[in-house]
Design a protein around this ligand. Structure first.
Ligand code: NAP
Length: 474
């Protein structure tokens, strides 16, 4: 086996040695693409000690410099990274390239933010009770962050979690997904190469109780930042106890298409939202809600558009939709399709599965209580539901336990304003997909999708720090 395929976790820069080996397989053809040495509780304890005992703090300029060097190295190794993302996740190679562009932007924005002063000044002589003093604020790094990431963007999830922490000067222990560990470890190696002092970063994979859960409960960990499913997020909330938690959880995002919508735009946004990244984005379009007056016209054009989303070998540059993460997930998607059909839904396109590959699937007449629209379906399924008017659209959109994001297609400003005010979600994008964002803008959900703590480089740098105030006679 060559070096590319052999990876280990790192305890503050030192490779993890262990006989417990995780095999990582390509979801498309089941070929082994890598093996990772798994850590145990002792490694996790050592990683905590290394971070807490630490070393010299980094100046803003030093942090900027490391992030910039990492960004340049990532551009240089773009192809290697893209191949690895695609091989271990089954995502189409073009999605892997897109993801690297997003990770690049996170590094760029975080480097810029690292240079900015983050303090405020309050003059105290501004009320009858005031006096000649000033209060200043400054942000101090936390002692240690634990970051736990999902599989769906093997690079960008990791980058979004750890880079704002490092930009703020907070050391990190990363626990990436067992399904896509190779890209995560490769990115950690890039940070070391760019000059990040070792104590700032460890990356560990291992048995959940010994590694992830031990770290979540460890009192010296100041913050647990998690992205993943609702069930695991709620377990982490219960385990973490008296510490900060950031929980970015599942989604069930709608695209709402009003009767006045530009139909071409609506069709394009619905298809991009439902199929990109094999439908495995927390903000993927999981429900297409269409005004009943235009449902037939929309559905016809949407089926035609969906035929452009060719699924197949993720390594083939012509493939637009790769596999989902594994065969078990594809079987689950197949099962929710079958159940919906039993409840009266009709498959208009796709629906076939081969291993972990499931075709982009258009399904109509989907009942409002079907599993595939009540729960999160993490794959390229495009269920179409109709509504009568804006009140019905808002009620239907708000009817699930989730509240991550949403997209609305309309030319009517009154409609747009009502949706912005009344949808119970973290984001409303008018004439855009639910997933639209800048890597630095605030992002995050409410209800079962999260606690309303926002991510994005700028907000994340805030939660990875404490605000200290001091005052002086002035
Ligand atoms: P997952 O099963 O919840 O796993 C996420 C991470 O949690 C993995 O690293 C996993 O490790 C770890 N984990 C599992 N059990 C744990 C425990 N008891 N304690 C601590 N960590 C534990 O999620 P996934 O299937 O990888 O990702 C898909 C989900 O993520 C979807 O629901 C999607 O909507 C959501 N997501 C949300 C956002 C957002 O920003 N809101 C973004 C992307 C994805 P192992 O790999 O070792 O099991």
């Amino acid at each position: 086996m060559n070096n590319l395929l052999n990876k280990t976790g790192y305890v503050a820069g030192s490779p993890v040695h262990s006989d417990n080996i995780l095999e990582v397989k390509n979801p498309f053809n089941n070929a082994v693409v890598g093996r990772v040495a798994m850590a145990n509780k002792i490694h996790a304890q050592q990683a905590v000690e290394a971070a807490i005992n630490g070393g010299e703090k980094l100046s803003r300029y030093e942090r900027y410099n490391i992030l910039e060097k990492t960004r340049l190295l990532l551009i240089e190794r773009k192809e290697e990274f893209a191949k690895m993302i695609s091989a271990e996740s089954g995502l189409a190679i073009r999605e892997a390239v897109y993801e690297i562009g997003r990770a690049h932007d996170v590094l760029m924005f975080a480097a810029i933010e690292a240079l900015k002063d983050d303090g405020q000044i309050f003059s105290c002589d501004i009320s009858p009770n005031g006096k000649a003093r000033k209060i200043f604020t400054m942000r101090e790094p936390l002692s240690l962050a634990v970051c736990i990431t999902p599989f769906n963007h093997p690079l960008n999830q990791v980058v979004h979690k750890i880079i704002p922490a490092l930009a703020a000067g907070t050391p990190v222990i990363l626990k990436p997904s067992e399904k896509t560990p190779l890209t995560a470890i490769k990115f950690v190696e890039l940070l070391y190469e760019a000059g990040l002092p070792n104590y700032f970063l460890s990356v560990l994979l291992g048995p959940t109780q010994e590694v992830a859960e031990y770290l979540i409960k460890e009192p010296r960990v100041d913050i647990v930042s998690f992205t993943g499913s609702v069930a695991v997020g709620k377990r982490i909330a219960a385990l973490a106890g008296y510490k900060k938690t950031v929980l970015e959880l599942g989604g069930n995002d709608p695209i709402i298409i009003m009767e006045d919508a530009d139909l071409d735009l609506a069709v394009y946004l619905a298809a991009e939202g439902a199929y990109r990244n094999s439908g495995q984005r927390c903000t993927a379009v999981k429900r297409i809600l269409v005004h009943e007056k235009i449902a037939d016209a929309f559905t016809g054009e949407f089926v035609t558009k969906s035929k452009e989303y060719i699924s197949g070998d993720p390594a083939d540059p012509k493939t637009i939709v790769g596999t989902v993460i594994d065969e078990a997930s594809a079987i689950y998607l197949e099962e929710v399709l079958v159940k919906a059909v039993e409840q009266g839904a009709r498959i208009l396109l796709g629906g076939k599965r081969s291993g972990a590959l499931i075709e982009p699937t258009v399904i109509t007449d989907v009942p409002r209580n079907a599993d595939m629209v009540v729960h999160e379906s993490f794959g390229p399924l495009a269920p179409i539901l109709t509504f009568r008017n804006i009140d019905d659209a808002i009620a239907l959109s708000n009817s699930t336990a989730y509240g991550l994001s949403s997209g609305v297609v309309t030319k009517n400003m009154e409609y747009a304003i009502r949706f912005i005010k009344e949808l119970k979600v973290g984001t409303v994008n008018i004439n855009e997909v639910p997933g639209y964002r800048l890597e630095s803008s605030p992002f995050g959900g409410i209800k079962d999708s999260g606690l309303g703590v926002k991510e994005g480089v700028i907000e994340a740098m805030k939660y990875y720090t404490y605000v200290k105030t001091f005052s002086l006679p002035w």
